[in-house]
Design a protein around this ligand. Structure first.
Ligand SMILES: C[S@@+](CC[C@H](N)C(=O)[O-])C[C@H]1O[C@@H](n2cnc3c(N)ncnc32)[C@H](O)[C@@H]1O
Ligand code: SF4
Length: 401
């Protein structure tokens, strides 16, 4: 079974996983929400501000409609206490750049000390300037995602507007060097690549570059778009690198299945304590409650949450925001085998690979849910290793976008 490295499951959280999984399956059999147990994974937003202006990101495009702010350390602890001890995985990011929050290492340390597998995602531009390298290593952080979508400053800055590739590369090199000096294996350093029209020609060189810079893995996460204009400007030409297919005049996500596990397995908590169904509710359009002022268990079982779950059970996709969701996507993380097949025509010389027949975070599906939904797991491309080493990524990690 592929679980995050260093991930452990003691009897009580294991029992919770069994309850959550059973209630998810049961809900689809009786066609109404049955909710047992509490979230196994949570995503928390340490800050909703960013130093860059990535054009397809609501924060980068300055399009987020809700209040912007920073989660304090006190709030973080209060929320973690409130959500309870069943949480086993923390994805500490949402909208915004986590490294702007000075308390990020402390937050990660607290979660790590509670035995939670920790992950965060960064554009990497502030790691050196804010002296975060050693603090992040010392925090016990399990996985650090570097968002990089260009191998030269010229291609990098087309999406990461305001960013400096040389600064990010220096941060990766420095972190790898310090990690090696300390003889540590964590944080696992993942170079995450969004394939777009302007960078797809660089994919053949990704693996070598990532290795040269000191990353452990490369993952290719398909790019989300919202409009036809964005599709024309950003979607890569290579079909296998897109999460969308053309249906008539519309772009639609390629899906393996419709329903959604996230409303049973995980939750999303913004910087201000607002609990929303998942990271796709960027503007808090579906607030379920506030984890700073209300008991989380009450929120988890509240009427709005169950109404949302009911719509998922009945219709598969709930609201407009669900149409662009990564849950059940065929091509969230692009599997290398598929890439190789599609690339054979264009002679892209990818030579070494290890395809994962299973991916991300929802290791819970390994408890039999996948067959229930009759669909194989998503795949995540791992270019640097021959042996499959799995980590979790929910989707999202931003994955989760
Ligand atoms: C909103 S960012 C926040 C964390 C951090 N600022 C970063 O860029 O990694 C979270 C994730 O969304 C990804 N992302 C940004 N724009 C995206 C898009 N259009 N489609 C898919 N993922 C996207 C980022 O690369 C990152 O992995
Ligand atoms: S994707 Fe990350 S780096 Fe880019 S604007 Fe959004 S939050 Fe900032």
């Amino acid at each position: 079974m592929f679980l995050p490295r260093g991930f452990t499951l003691r009897p009580k959280p294991a029992w919770n996983v069994a309850r959550v999984a059973t209630s998810f399956v049961l809900s689809h059999i009786v066609r109404r929400p049955v909710v047992w147990g509490t979230p196994i994974s949570i995503m928390m937003e340490p800050i909703s501000r960013c130093n860059l202006q990535c054009p397809l990101c609501p924060i980068g495009a300055r399009e987020l409609k809700r209040d912007l702010g920073t989660m304090s350390l006190d709030s973080f602890v209060k929320i973690l206490d409130n959500v309870g001890t069943n949480v086993r995985v923390l994805a500490l990011w949402n909208q915004g750049e986590p490294t702007i929050n000075d308390k990020l290492p402390e937050m990660l340390r607290i979660a790590h000390d509670r035995g939670i597998y920790t992950m965060t995602s960064t554009n990497g531009n502030l790691l050196l300037r804010r002296n975060l390298i050693s603090r992040l290593i010392d925090s016990g952080l399990d996985e650090l995602i570097f968002s990089i979508d260009g191998l030269t400053q010229e291609t990098y800055q087309i999406y990461r507007i305001g960013g400096h590739l040389d600064v990010v590369v220096e941060a990766i090199r420095t972190m790898r060097q310090r990690r090696d000096e300390l003889k540590r294996k964590t944080p696992r350093m993942v170079m995450q690549w969004l394939p777009m029209k302007h960078n797809e020609h660089e994919i053949p060189f990704l693996r070598a570059k990532a290795r040269e810079w000191g990353a452990d893995e490369v993952e290719i996460k398909t790019t989300q778009i919202y409009t036809d204009e964005q599709a024309a400007q950003y979607l890569p030409n290579m079909e296998g690198l897109r999460r969308y297919e053309r249906k008539g005049k519309k772009w639609e996500t390629k899906r393996r299945y419709q329903s959604c596990k996230r409303l049973w397995f995980s939750t999303m908590i913004d910087w201000n304590g607002a609990v929303v169904p998942c990271c796709f509710d960027k503007d808090e359009d579906f607030p379920m409650g506030n984890a700073l002022t209300q008991d989380f268990c009450e929120i988890w079982h509240c009427e709005q949450y169950n109404r949302f779950r009911m719509t998922l059970i009945r219709k598969g996709r709930a609201e407009e925001m669900c149409q662009n969701c990564t849950e059940g996507l065929k091509s969230f993380y692009v599997p290398l085998g598929k890439l190789e097949r599609e690339n054979s025509k264009s002679q892209i010389p990818i030579t070494e690979s290890s395809n994962r027949s299973n991916s991300f975070a929802v290791w819970s599906l390994e408890f039999g849910l996948w067959s229930f939904l009759s669909s194989p797991a998503n795949e995540r491309t791992v270019l640097l290793k021959k042996s499959p080493v799995k980590i979790s990524s929910f989707g999202n990690s931003n994955a989760w976008a």
